[in-house]
Write a protein that binds this ligand. Structure first.
Ligand code: NG1
Length: 446
């Protein structure tokens, strides 16, 4: 990974003068993993790696996009009410996702959006849990808004972009888009969802965030799509089972996501939800048991189809670890809540211990780790990181490590020796430091 970025020569690529540039950051999450789509909190920060789009508006409804990273490959499409998708995994789908999100909200049919010429570049590493996808989705939406001189509210846009990214086939939550738009220099973001609320928490000056790449690639629209969506489905089924349990005990049961139980009419604390999960859910359910418990095969199959499984013949062999998954979700939420209190007191050592616990929970209960991530975490803990855990969707990607400033050099050298020195990699491509960065920026040129 390298923070170097070259300037985009918009004129030589497109033949026109540029009118604006948008820079939208990636993010690293310190705690609260897979909690976002369950309506529960996260604790990420924006990083100093960006998707960058340079552009100009066009008089018609065409969008032409050159990808600086992909040999200036150019893709053209029209801003029709439904933008057709490219094949799954193609980079242009992220651009289309952001723009479709803007089009869907456009109510004034008499004043259709103008298209634009764009050149996309960036240095957020892809498929390593640092949110390169959302950086591009958000940057694309901002480019379209800028080409049409439309102002926007960052919270509303972040909520819209979270839904918009489902266009690419993954069913994530809203952490990435919110961090990308609302990042604050020097701060972690304590984010709550439905509705989106963001509370910046200062990262104490004594510590540095070091990110280490496991070198295992997990692309959410390719090899990791089913694994990621299976976690989302397991959480959805867990919520349905919990609902049945509450109904059975004549308690209010009309909720959608686990996080709803903290609001009206339940007002449960996280600890009460933890107890409820323990009482109501088994660790794992076979497909037939889930269908029997929820008294429907059709609905279960429809949900699996909806989450891109598309192979009904295999559904009978699936196992859903609902209790284990929710145990991770609620214990990670408790850890986020405690972390905010600890960071306010600048207790970085206790915060680091919660990060370590978060890794164990992601590994054992949510089962999104892999041997390489576990090795990185164990080495980091041995070499003096206050906390170390996998970050992002998991199944590969990076670890995030909290290290006292004074120990950073020694820590990185030891990590290099233990993990990278045998491999053919440049150290600046696999280990890096970022301060918490600001959210997306737009610059326009007269
Ligand atoms: P990354 O790490 O960018 O793949 C994904 C989801 C998040 C969140 C995390 C896990 C998207 C766009 N992002 O992030 O919403 O669920 O996994 O905490 O789907």
């Amino acid at each position: 990974m390298s923070q170097n970025r070259k300037e985009i020569d918009f004129h030589s690529i497109t033949g026109f003068a540029e009118e604006f540039t948008v820079r939208s950051p990636g993010r690293v999450n310190l705690l609260g993993e897979h909690t976002d789509y369950n309506g529960l909190p996260v604790l990420p920060m924006a990083i100093d790696f960006h998707a960058t789009i340079t552009g100009r508006s066009r008089p018609d409804r065409q969008v032409r996009v050159w990808a600086d990273q992909f040999d200036h490959e150019m893709v053209e499409f029209s801003l029709d009410s439904t933008i057709p998708k490219h094949p799954q995994g193609h980079w242009i789908n992220y651009v289309k996702a952001g723009m479709q999100g803007i089009l869907d909200e456009q109510t004034d049919a008499t004043n259709p959006l103008r298209g634009c010429d764009l050149v996309v570049a960036g240095n957020v590493p892809q498929g390593v849990g640092l949110s390169s996808s959302s950086a591009l989705v958000v940057a694309s939406a901002l480019a379209l808004l800028q080409a049409n001189q439309i102002s926007f509210d960052r919270i509303a846009l972040a909520e819209r972009m979270a839904a918009a990214e489902h266009y690419v086939g993954t069913r994530g939550g809203g952490m990435d888009q919110a961090t990308c738009l609302l990042g604050k220099k020097g701060h972690l973001l304590n984010i709550d969802f439905f509705p989106l609320r963001v509370n910046p928490v200062r990262l104490p000056d004594s510590v540095t965030v070091v990110i280490c790449d496991s070198l295992v690639r997990a692309r959410k629209t390719e090899n990791a799509l089913q694994a990621y969506n299976l976690r989302a489905v397991e959480c959805r089924f867990a919520a349905m089972l919990l609902k049945k349990y509450l109904e059975h005990h004549q308690r209010p049961s009309n909720f959608q996501r686990l996080g709803d139980l903290t609001g009206e009419p339940w007002h449960y604390t996280y600890t009460e939800i933890e107890t409820l999960i323990r009482e109501a859910l088994a660790d794992e359910y076979e497909y037939e048991t889930i269908c029997a418990e929820l008294k429907t095969i059709e609905k279960i199959n429809a949900i699996l189809d909806d989450y891109s499984f598309n192979n009904t013949a295999e559904y009978g062999k699936m196992v859903f670890a609902c209790g284990k998954r929710f145990r991770h979700i609620i214990t990670d939420s408790i850890r986020v809540e405690r972390s905010v209190e600890l960071l306010e007191k600048k207790d970085v050592e206790a915060f680091g211990r919660l990060m370590n616990e978060g890794h164990a929970s992601a590994r054992d209960d949510f089962e999104i780790s892999c041997p390489e991530l576990n090795r990185l975490v164990e080495s980091a803990q041995e070499f003096g990181a206050l906390g170390s855990r996998l970050t992002g969707a998991g199944f590969g990607g990076c670890t995030v490590n909290l290290v006292y400033n004074r120990n950073v050099d020694g820590f990185m050298k030891k990590m290099d020796g233990a993990f990278y020195s045998q491999k053919k990699v440049r150290i600046e491509d696999v280990m890096f430091i970022s301060e918490p960065a600001n959210g997306a920026e737009i610059r326009s040129f007269p």
